[in-house]
Design a protein around this ligand. Structure first.
Ligand code: CR6
Length: 857
């Protein structure tokens, strides 16, 4: 490529070049430059927001320089690239992460790059902490699935994998949650209010995307066959414009790309409307184009089936594939080599249309033979399943689908036809099997496309996200596909989290203590987490335990400050007793299957037990011995249309109201709901936990990832034998986790019992429900109580409540009567948490699924 540029240009380019800032002085120079020119402000009106923007612009300049080099290197080496397609990237804040990841190992011990920038910002008259607080969260995701994608791109960059993320640039992320009179109220999250310094708009790239219209087969060779090239004449067209976000790796100069598409109107179709004098209408139609990427759908583990959502999905898949194919074609390989150059990972079924779109490109536009094309497609894609819950499995009615994407519907029918023919050849005359595995579901009133089945048929590997979950998909929702393809198509990659954000960034004090203790001042353990095992030898060391505990106390005070701020000054957490107050935390999306209702029932039970002893005349200090100090902290959003989840939020707030204002109990129990739980709040909340709750009905939580975050921060878990709790137990040892409750294998039987042979409720739960029914807590909670009493208790709260309550009192005993034992458990857990680094996951995906190698500098 170099030789195409005239010598003179090359020389001038080389003479000036661009330079990264390396030290505090150069940073300050960049900072001032950006304040004065990029922001057009000055020394006299540079506030925290401007300081945040100038700092980010300066750091971004460095990233972009490395980004350019990384991309050139990847192209020059002609290496296989990974494309991670995710409709959600729950990134949170970028600045601190970029500062941490800029650490390159060349620093003198103890002066990490981030610390140098911090000093430089200090000298300029700002505090880094305040500057960081200016950044709005990039909250383009709902929960675990979106945050997983964010951890994965961090690990792909860190591991030097040539990998791109593809997503949508929603103008509104997940709604901001307000709590008004105890109820959740949603308000829009317009996160792009003060321009986003982390994105690079690429308006020079404009990909046209079509919708609706019809299929024209007049030009096809065999006339009526849908298998040969057909022409789709779109009826509506919008433009996809990419915004790139540089993703830095830790201790590497590799910077990957997260490409987010934004919808824009075209200008080409205007004339007809314009000439007919319908100008206003034509502008309105244009505005509709932008609505495609306006807002993230706020459902977690639930599919809504709205046309606009399908439009989002196609818009994003078509734009991404266009980009991938364009890049591939530049490399001049033949089509057969496509799967050797490209691996596409589907994060859940949301991007399944990409399978169909690639087949369409190859057959209709590139004129490949159907079977040759399909072979390329299936070798390219792999699919990750994240749930077994029926209400979350994506299905689209063929009517709606065919109207929006007529050619794609035909292709799906053809894919299904060949698939069923293959099944028939393996299992002749098994009509039942054919209807069970058909991509088109015929059973319901309207035929539906089963996206998960399409994803399986179009992929070479399918994985679950934790061992138990990966086994469950093979024996339940996908069992027939195991029969058809054999078990080797199905595999497990247990989820992970990035220790850069979830240890170093969220808990700098703990990271420092670890680094000092294992003699690792350059934080190599953040790359090689097996180093943490060296902590085990200090597990019972009194001095070390004290330091460990001090870090926890510091983090608990930090959380107390946050809670005080959110409660507008109300002193909810008594700081004098914080050292012997157990912080019990459950933060995650609110869902019946996650059983926040069981947790709040547990709080009510505790409260009633305390009140009972008091009413019997037991003095409060004696009561405290049985029910030692505890703060139960909740946080999480409910989908706006999820009635039961919203009721659970109201109950938590109503209980909080009663308990926190009951002077008789002398602060030994507090219940707190933290509004608007998000990534940046999680970074403060998680390091403060003594205990966290992962108490889903066994078999329902595919993995969970906050469980790993809590353990990485020295918190212990109370949990069911579900999702990745299983692997956590194996890694940290069963002495270091509080497990309780029924097993997944018994769930069906228990549900059956509830249906046909209901038993009286356990007395602990009966007591609680009666008080809830009595109106002690503000609100009408009948539906919540009825779901247990009369509607089969689908989530088995009544089956697990007793063992839950008993396990909680075991927790009290260890925490309050044997603090040394508790600290030992905490230290040993962190020592053995290494497996849950997302670096390990990405390596497994790379080796077992993508077949890609890291690209060393
Ligand atoms: N809701 C699972 O429920 C898992 C994540 C990431 C979820 C959760 O257990 O940890 O995915 N599933 O794998 C879906 O989003 C469908 C989630 O976040």
């Amino acid at each position: 490529i170099d030789t195409m540029i005239p010598l003179q240009s090359r020389e001038i380019w080389k003479k000036h070049g661009v330079k990264k800032f390396e030290d505090a002085d150069e940073f300050q120079s960049k900072f001032i430059q950006h304040v004065e020119t990029t922001l057009a402000r000055s020394l006299y009106n540079c506030d925290d927001l401007a300081a945040y923007q100038a700092t980010s612009q300066s750091v971004r300049d460095n990233l972009v320089i490395d980004w350019n080099k990384s991309q050139q290197r990847q192209t020059a080496r002609d290496s296989k690239r990974v494309y991670y397609l995710s409709l959600e990237f729950l990134m949170g804040r970028a600045l601190d992460n970029a500062l941490i990841n800029s650490q390159d190992g060349t620093e003198e011990p103890g002066v990490q790059k981030r610390e140098r920038i911090k000093g430089a910002i200090d000298q300029l008259g700002f505090k880094l902490e305040d500057v960081l607080e200016q950044e709005p969260d990039a909250a383009l995701g709902n929960g675990g699935l979106g945050r997983l994608a964010a951890c994965f791109i961090d690990s792909m960059a860190t591991g030097d994998y040539p990998a791109w993320g593809y997503g949508l640039r929603y103008q509104y992320g997940i709604f901001a949650q307000k709590i008004i009179e105890g109820y959740q109220v949603e308000t829009p999250d317009y996160w792009l209010n003060f321009t986003n310094p982390w994105e690079i708009e690429r308006s020079e790239i404009q990909v046209p995307i079509n919708f609706y219209g019809y299929v024209d087969r007049s030009g096809s060779e065999s006339g009526d066959s849908t298998l040969s090239a057909s022409k789709w004449i779109g009826g509506e067209r919008v433009i996809a414009v990419p915004y790139d976000m540089p993703i830095p790796g830790f201790k590497t100069e590799n910077v990957n790309n997260l490409r987010m598409w934004s919808a824009r109107p075209t200008t080409e179709f205007d004339f007809a409307k314009f000439n007919s004098g319908d100008y206003k209408n034509s502008v309105e139609q244009q505005q509709r184009a932008e609505s495609i990427t306006a807002v993230l759908y706020p459902n977690d583990n639930f599919q809504e089936g709205k046309e606009l959502r399908l439009k989002q999905q196609y818009f994003w898949c078509a734009a991404s594939l266009h980009d991938i194919v364009r890049r591939f074609k530049k490399s001049k390989h033949s089509w057969e080599e496509f799967p050797n150059q490209v691996a596409i990972q589907l994060n859940d079924t949301h991007p399944t249309l990409a399978i169909v779109e690639l087949q369409r490109i190859l057959v209709d536009l590139e004129h490949l033979d159907w079977h040759k094309a399909w072979d390329i497609v299936t070798k390219t894609f792999a699919y990750t399943n994240h749930t077994v819950m029926q209400e979350a499995l994506e299905k689209w009615p063929v009517g709606l689908f065919g109207h929006l994407l007529p050619r794609h519907l035909e292709i799906i029918y053809d894919i299904n036809w060949f698939f069923l023919k293959f099944v028939e050849s393996k299992f002749p005359r098994d009509v039942d099997l054919l209807s069970k595995v058909s991509i088109i579901e015929e059973a319901s009133q309207e035929r539906q496309i089963r996206m998960a089945f399409l994803a399986i048929v179009g992929s070479h590997k399918v994985n679950g996200v934790a061992e138990l979950h990966s086994e469950l998909i093979k024996t339940t929702i996908f069992q027939d596909f195991v029969k058809i393809y054999g078990p080797s198509k199905f595999t497990n990659v247990t989820n992970g989290i990035t220790p850069r954000r979830w240890l170093k960034q969220a808990n700098p004090k703990l990271a420092k203590l670890i680094g000092d203790t294992i003699n690792d001042p350059q934080d190599d353990f953040l790359l090689n987490m097996s180093k943490l095992t060296e902590l085990a030898k200090y597990a019972e060391d009194a001095d070390f335990q004290t330091k460990w505990n001090d870090v926890k106390q510091f983090n608990k005070l930090r959380l107390a400050d946050l809670i005080e701020k959110l409660y507008e000054g109300e002193d909810v957490i008594n700081r004098d007793h914080i050292r012997n107050t157990l912080f019990d935390i459950q933060v995650k999306r609110i869902h019946e299957y996650k059983r926040q209702q069981m947790n709040i029932f547990g709080c009510i039970y505790r409260y009633l037990s305390i009140k009972k002893l008091l009413s019997e005349g037991v003095p409060i200090n004696e009561v405290e011995k049985k029910y030692p100090r505890r703060v139960s902290i909740f946080g999480g959003k409910s989908a706006p249309g999820y009635y039961m989840a919203k009721l659970i939020i109201k109950l938590i707030n109503s209980v909080s109201d009663v308990v926190n204002h009951d002077e008789e109990i002398n602060n030994i129990l507090k219940v707190v709901f933290i509004p608007d739980y998000n990534v940046s709040k999680a970074e403060t909340i998680i390091p403060a936990s003594d205990l966290s709750e992962h108490i889903s009905t066994a078999g329902t939580e595919a993995s969970g990832t906050s469980n790993m975050k809590f353990v990485m921060n020295g918190g212990l878990i109370i949990g069911t034998v579900d999702g990745a709790n299983v692997e956590i137990t194996r890694e940290v040892g069963e002495d270091n986790i509080f497990l309780f409750g029924n097993l997944a294998e018994n769930v069906d039987e228990l549900r059956y019992q509830h249906q046909y042979h209901p038993k009286p409720l356990p007395e602990e739960l009966e007591q609680v429900l009666q008080v809830v029914e009595s109106g002690t807590f503000d609100g009408d909670f009948k539906p919540l109580v009825d779901s247990i009493r009369h509607h089969g208790d689908y989530y088995l709260v009544s089956d697990d409540f007793k063992s839950y309550v008993q396990t909680q009192s075991l927790v009290d005993d260890v925490y309050h009567k044997n603090k040394k034992e508790w600290l030992k458990k905490s230290i040993l857990s962190v020592a053995n948490v290494g497996f849950f680094s997302s670096d390990r996951c990405i390596q497994e995906y790379a080796d077992e699924i993508w077949n890609v190698e890291p690209l060393n500098n």
